[in-house]
Design a protein around this ligand. Structure first.
Ligand SMILES: C[S@@+](CC[C@H](N)C(=O)[O-])C[C@H]1O[C@@H](n2cnc3c(N)ncnc32)[C@H](O)[C@@H]1O
Length: 370
């Protein structure tokens, strides 16, 4: 179950697969997906038998990747047998545990009810309607239950991340937003009135040990050896910490200080240099110059903070990039009187470079110290 996520590459996986097949003739064993988001690209290469090194600065993304990339075999939930009668005999243990959580009867209010539901915020400075009262209560209840099971060592690390990511995906389906969490709707939309439901997902089998990190890309770039470094940075100034602040809070469940009408997290720790015109080129160049990967593959479109020539120029520091284009037809409401729809195209680029030139050589020539 994938999140509805800005910049998700779910619909471009065939393009990525074709370009890698066409442009790289060496065997790729380890793929780094270090702006991983939903993990869509990591999943593609995991299914092909590669080892995945995954990373994202956002905690909810880390949790999603711990589930979709990190877990490689069915879960047994054996530590819950004494707590959940019927589990031992159940054929499908995961489905049994999800049903149990979906049918929670003892309900516990918490941070989500108190700050993001109408019942919890009525009469306060800001009334918020991010979730129906029922769903906010279910999110708090299930979130607390998962944490208690983990603290009591009744679930394994894999089971913990599976349940938490499944809760994030379920919460996202019933969120009362137009798409992102930077604003909520004034009236509950139809999907937000439905009861939250944890749904079971297939686990991609794999016999590799994948690595998942939650950090700024520049801190973990060479933590693991990588053959193909896939870079899918944010394209524009819309920070993911603002757009997905509620997923971050459900994921961390850290009772953060929050602010304003929409209850944003106050901390600025996750603001990304890749979302600022002033810093993006240097940040991107730092990654490109310092990686020890054999190949770099970059996704970027023609509406990003960096121009096509910026991206190509920076990649050229390491070798000769090849650029591939997929044109995306998007439909926008036409403001003209007859209200026809007018097509607008976005250019989605993939750039591949074999890293032949080293940072050492470049820095000696140019006398830079990035
Ligand atoms: C375009 S999205 C990636 C989408 C992903 N490929 C997918 O298919 O779901 C960009 C991601 O980069 C992450 N990000 C932004 N700045 C970062 C940084 N400095 N280090 C690591 N990740 C960062 C964001 O949280 C976001 O998930």
């Amino acid at each position: 179950m994938a999140l509805n996520y800005i910049g998700s590459k779910l619909s471009l996986l065939d393009f990525i697969e074709n370009v890698v097949g066409y442009a790289i003739d060496e065997k790729i064993d380890v793929v780094g997906d270090l702006f991983a988001g939903t993990g869509a690209v990591g999943k593609l290469f995991k299914a092909k038998g590669c080892k995945i090194v995954s990373n994202d600065i956002q905690h909810y993304s880390y949790v999603m990747n711990k589930k979709h990339i990190g877990i490689c075999a069915p879960l047994s939930f054996s530590g819950l047998v004494s707590e959940l009668p019927g589990l031992e005999a159940a054929e499908d243990k995961t489905s049994f545990v999800l049903d149990h959580l979906n049918n929670s009867t003892a309900l516990y209010s918490g941070f989500i009810v108190e700050n993001y539901s109408e019942a919890g915020t009525r009469g306060k400075k800001h009334t918020r309607l991010y979730f129906s009262d029922e769903n906010a209560l279910l999110i708090d209840t299930i979130r607390q239950r998962i944490e208690t099971w983990a603290v009591d060592r009744k679930i394994t690390e894999d089971e913990y991340y599976y349940l938490l990511a499944t809760l994030l995906e379920a919460a996202d389906r019933v969120a009362n937003t137009a798409s992102v969490y930077a604003a909520f709707l004034k009236v509950l939309k139809a999907p937000a009135t439905k009861r939250l439901e944890l749904r079971q997902d297939e686990i991609i089998p794999s016999n590799r040990t994948h690595k998942i990190f939650n950090d700024d890309i520049r801190n973990i770039l060479n933590r693991e050896p990588i053959d193909l470094l896939y870079l899918d940075p944010p394209y524009n100034g819309r920070q993911y910490d603002t757009n997905y602040h509620l997923l971050e809070t459900i994921s961390r469940y850290d009772n953060p200080e929050i602010t304003g009408k929409t209850g944003l997290r106050k901390s600025k720790d996750q603001k990304s240099d890749f979302c600022r015109k002033r810093t993006v080129k240097q940040a991107f160049a730092q990654v490109v110059l310092h990686t020890q990967a054999k190949y770099i593959l970059v996704s970027y479109n023609n509406e990003g903070l960096m121009s096509l020539s910026d991206v190509v120029e920076i990649l050229t520091l390491r070798g000769t990039p090849k650029t591939y284009l997929r044109q995306y037809k998007r439909f926008r409401a036409d403001k003209s009187e007859n209200r026809n729809y007018k097509a607008a195209a976005t250019d989605e680029f993939l750039h591949v470079v074999r890293c032949d030139r080293s940072f050492k050589r470049y820095s000696e020539e140019k006398r830079v110290s990035w």
